[in-house]
Design a protein around this ligand. Structure first.
Ligand code: HEC
Ligand code: HEC
Ligand code: HEC
Length: 128
């Protein structure tokens, strides 16, 4: 009986350890895509944790300001998200930022967000 309790204790401690390391990875792991401009940079247009949590509100706010007030002075332009976060394929062609496993899809896939923004907005950086 004593021995069983001991084993149970160990199992519980191990489970807790596994859960902790999973959530730590979820918090510290960056979703930034290899081959994108962002991959070589330290910061987003706002602190990463803030962007992670609030980018949807910033984007909607920015859209409203542009569409209703014609004010483009803000830093949350969708074209900028795309130009910094889109990666390139092996041939050097830009990959749509909302394609499967690309940046804008990486979290939305499992949060079940399906954004329709790119029906109208460019999903690859503007050619220079
Ligand atoms: C000039 C480059 C640049 C631009 C423009 C930019 N980002 Fe970022 N973004 C980054 C970098 C670099 C990081 C990662 C920082 C880090 O790893 O801490 C990041 C991180 C993020 C994250 C968090 C990712 C994670 O791993 O949790 C989100 C969400 C995000 N950006 C969304 C956006 C959106 C939306 C826009 C447009 C409004 C945008 N970014 C514009 C460079 C950029
Ligand atoms: C039916 C077409 C359409 C769809 C869908 C759409 N937009 Fe837009 N969006 C526009 C147009 C048109 C403008 C105004 C363009 C301009 O004046 O530069 C605009 C402007 C914006 C702007 C401000 C300008 C810029 O480039 O930053 C943001 C931000 C924006 N939209 C974000 C979004 C987001 C986020 C979504 C998805 C949730 C979205 N839009 C979906 C058509 C669309
Ligand atoms: C680090 C994870 C992550 C990344 C990367 C990310 N998003 Fe999101 N996004 C989320 C989460 C979480 C939500 C909110 C889901 C909810 O509200 O239930 C969201 C919601 C949104 C919404 C609002 C959708 C709606 O219908 O209200 C827009 C717009 C959006 N994201 C745009 C973008 C764009 C554009 C990019 C790429 C530049 C991007 N996101 C990258 C996690 C992310």
């Amino acid at each position: 009986m004593h021995r069983l309790n001991g084993l149970k204790r160990i199992a519980v401690v191990m489970m807790a350890g596994i859960l902790l390391s999973i959530s730590a990875a979820a918090i510290s792991g960056s979703m930034v895509v290899e081959g994108s401009k962002a991959a070589g940079m330290k910061d987003c247009v706002a602190p990463t944790m803030d962007m992670r949590r609030n980018h949807m509100d910033y984007l909607k706010h920015q859209r409203d300001e542009v569409v209703h007030q014609g004010d483009r002075s803000d830093k949350f332009a969708l074209a900028d998200c795309v130009s910094c976060h889109a990666s390139k394929d092996k041939q050097g062609h830009p990959v749509p930022v909302n394609a499967k496993d690309q940046f804008c899809d990486s979290c939305h896939d499992y949060t079940a967000v399906n954004i329709t923004c790119f029906q109208c907005h460019r999903k690859v950086p503007e050619e220079k």
